[in-house]
Every structure is written in structure tokens, then in C-alpha cells.
Design a protein around this ligand. Structure first.
Ligand SMILES: Cc1cc2nc3c(=O)[nH]c(=O)nc-3n(C[C@H](O)[C@H](O)[C@H](O)COP(=O)(O)O)c2cc1C
Length: 382
């Protein structure tokens, strides 16, 4: 699970580039202008408030990280006053997750089971009260995640003699995780697919095949928007051109994302393309960004370049794996406190007042290739 969460595609160059590009962008303080009162962290996304500008990105297989999975994530986001985005690849059905939290919930759509399967998911998500639909475009095919390959991980997940033997030593030193997984009856299903299978839909293998055979195209946004009553977002945009296509396709929001470096190894770091996407979207769509956001200063960097809010994936996945709902709550608390601290340190009274004036020029020596940290992943060549 650790390598599934932490890893990325190929040599993980994009995973590292996301962080390096953020760190290369200086945050410049204004001194002697604010005193005392706490900065205002609240903002609005898609016309409704969130308490601070960090939201939960969709993360698949959360139930294998901890049995509470997305139920915990939705509850923690709700308590923190922010948005939880449920992955199509959830271990709990979208209806179960809807019942777990009263806060804001978005649904991330993969075409599991092709167009027919996607239509069924859209109808169910609408009936369950999800507010927005996030269409992920960057998963046209399975990525080469070498850590997963090394561990023999393949979809659909199954327990067999090979992986029992393979993982036994690691499970033995993680008895807490193993016990939770066992108590959850080794749950590994894609619950949303299982539900449609029970309802007479396609079997899981077939659904996965259809998923691979029909990644979303811009033209699909037409029928998606006809069918989905709320706002639609496009996730995975990395250029001004695609931002304009997204706007032409009628989206309300664009998520600048390279999937946390988990799909196209070599894709640009998201903070580096954010400004051009913001400019291309203009006032037609709100822009969000994810990929390597770990600290308050990172959030400040993105908002200063025009993002409305950022999303985090791995941070909440690690919080969940470590301590369930309390772990995600802790991650959100740490991020909130750090955003507040950085705003005070740069003399900015509210996230709404962030802008390019708080940023310096990117440090080229940091954006250029830099030696990787020693933990660059077990399969990094040399
Ligand atoms: C374990 C894991 C599973 C993910 N599953 C999905 C998914 O099912 N759908 C999706 O659109 N994005 C998925 N993502 C990508 C995230 O939504 C997000 O783009 C990325 O994690 C952001 O980068 P960060 O992890 O550095 O914060 C996943 C990411 C991780 C780490």
C-alpha cells in the first residue's frame, strides 16, 4: 500500500518535478502591514464556501489503506469545512459515502463499463446528492508504475497464493493493518462496479476492459452535461490549449493535474503551467490545481497564481493509512495552520488578497534537473 500511494509513473521524474517547481518559486513577504487579527482563510468554490482553500482529491482503493476508506475521508472533509472528491475506484459505494457525511461532496468519474456504465454512475451520483462531477482525462491507459509492477499488483485485485507469499513478510510487520484488512474481510472490490454488476450491469472484468477502451474525449462532455444536473470539472489539464478546449466543452472548473506524477512520466510540474491555464480560462471556469502540495507556502503559491483552491491526494491517503479519520483530520489541521502561518508571515490578511505580488522569480537552479533524494523509489535506474 505504501508504494501504491507514494509511487509514480516511470522514473518518477514528474513526482519529483512537482515538488521542485513549487520549492523553486519564492514567496515574498510584505513586512510591517498586518498585525493581530487572524487572516481569513475562507474562500468559495463553484459558488459555495469552503473554510480554507485545500480540498481532497479523488484517491482510489482508500478502503485498502484503512477499512474506513472514503467514509472517513468524506467525514473528515465535512468536519473541516471542505470538499471531498470520491473516486469511481472507491471501496465503498457512492451511496454509502453520501450517507457518511453532510458536507460538500464531488464525484470523480471514470467510464467504468464504458459509456453505459458512466451513465449509470452519473445517475446514481446525482440521486445521491453529489454536487459536482469531476471527469478525469489523463487515464487513457494504465500507467507504468514500476513499484506496482515489482509487487505484482494488477487490476482487478485478487488474493492468490503468489501474493499471499509475496506480501506475508510485510504484513507480518504491519499487524494493525493486516487485522483491519482481515476484519474488513479482505475487501478489495471496486464497490461502485460491484453495485452495478448486482443491478445487472457488466461484470467487473468487462467493466475494466470497457474503461480502458473508452477514455473520455472532449466531445463526451456534451452528453455528460446533458445528463448531469450540476457543474462539471475537467481533471488533468496541463496546457492553455486544453484549458480552452475544456471551456469550449462547457466545464465550470478545470483541475490542473498530472495525477500526482502517476500517469505520464515527463508531464510538466503543475505549478509551472498554472498561470497559463488561469489566463486561458479567464472568467469562464474556476481553476484548481494538485500535485505535490504539502505545505502552507505551496497553497499560497498556487493561489497567488490564480488558483481558487488546491487539492491533495497522497497527504490524506497517508493520514488515512496511519490513523483513519483522525489521521485525515490531523493532515487537514496541519495544512490549515500552515496556510494561516504563512499568510501572517507574508503580511496578507486573507487568501482572497493573494496575487503575483507575493511571488518572486522562480529559481532556475531548482527547476533544472536536480539530484533526486535518496528515496527516489526502489526502481529508479542507478
Ligand atoms: C493512491 C492514489 C490513488 C489515486 N486515484 C485516483 C483516482 O481514482 N481518480 C483520479 O482522478 N485521480 C486519482 N489519483 C490522483 C489524485 O486525484 C491527485 O491528482 C494526485 O494525488 C495529486 O497529487 P498529490 O498526491 O501529490 O497530492 C490518485 C492518487 C493517489 C496517490
Amino acid at each position: 500500500m505504501f508504494d501504491y500511494i507514494d509511487g509514480g509513473a516511470g522514473s518518477e521524474s514528474t513526482v519529483h518535478a512537482n515538488r521542485h517547481a513549487l520549492e523553486a518559486l519564492p514567496v515574498v513577504p510584505r513586512l510591517g502591514v498586518t498585525r493581530g487579527s487572524p487572516p481569513d482563510l475562507g474562500t468559495s468554490v463553484l459558488g459555495k464556501p469552503i473554510s480554507f482553500p485545500v480540498m481532497l482529491a479523488p484517491v482510489g482503493f482508500a478502503r485498502m489503506m484503512h477499512p474506513a476508506g472514503d467514509l472517513a475521508a468524506a467525514a473528515a472533509a465535512s468536519d473541516a469545512g471542505t470538499v471531498h472528491t470520491l473516486s469511481t475506484f472507491s471501496g465503498h459505494t457512492l451511496e454509502e459515502v453520501a450517507r457518511a457525511a453532510s458536507g460538500r461532496r464531488w464525484f470523480q468519474l471514470y467510464f467504468l463499463g464504458g459509456r453505459g456504465g458512466a451513465e449509470a454512475l452519473i445517475d446514481r451520483a446525482a440521486a445521491a446528492g453529489y454536487e459536482a462531477l469531476v471527469v478525469t482525462l489523463d487515464t487513457q491507459t494504465g500507467a507504468m508504475r514500476e513499484r506496482d509492477v515489482r509487487h505484482g499488483v494488477r487490476l482487478p485485485l485478487r488474493i492468490d497464493l503468489d501474493n499471499v507469499l509475496r506480501f506475508a513478510p510485510e504484513a507480518a510487520v504491519r499487524p494493525g493493518w493486516l487485522l483491519g484488512f482481515a476484519r474488513d474481510r479482505f475487501h478489495m472490490d471496486l464497490a461502485n462496479a460491484a453495485a452495478s454488476t448486482r443491478a445487472g450491469g457488466t461484470a467487473l472484468d468487462e467493466a475494466l476492459r470497457d474503461l480502458r477502451g473508452s477514455p473520455p474525449l472532449w466531445e463526451d462532455f456534451r452528453w455528460i452535461r446533458d445528463r448531469w444536473p450540476g457543474p462539471v470539472l475537467a481533471k488533468g489539464v496541463l496546457s492553455a490549449d486544453d484549458a480552452r478546449r475544456a471551456v469550449d466543452a462547457g466545464v465550470a472548473g478545470i483541475i490542473v493535474s498530472n495525477h500526482g506524477g502517476r500517469q505520464l512520466d515527463g508531464a510538466p510540474p503543475t505549478i509551472g503551467v498554472l498561470a497559463e491555464v488561469v489566463a486561458a480560462a479567464g472568467t469562464d471556469a474556476e481553476v484548481f490545481v494538485d500535485g505535490g502540495f504539502r505545505r502552507g507556502a505551496d497553497v499560497v503559491r498556487a493561489l497567488s497564481l490564480g488558483a481558487r483552491a488546491v487539492m491533495v491526494g497522497r497527504p490524506w491517503a497517508f493520514g488515512l493509512a496511519a490513523a483513519g479519520e483522525a489521521g485525515i483530520a490531523k493532515v487537514l489541521d496541519l495544512l490549515r495552520a500552515d496556510v494561516e502561518r504563512v499568510l501572517r508571515l507574508i503580511g496578507c490578511p486573507s487568501v482572497g488578497e493573494l496575487g503575483p505580488g507575493y511571488l518572486g522569480r522562480p529559481d532556475a537552479s531548482l527547476t533544472a534537473a536536480r539530484p533526486r533524494p535518496a528515496d527516489g523509489g526502489p526502481l529508479t535506474p542507478n
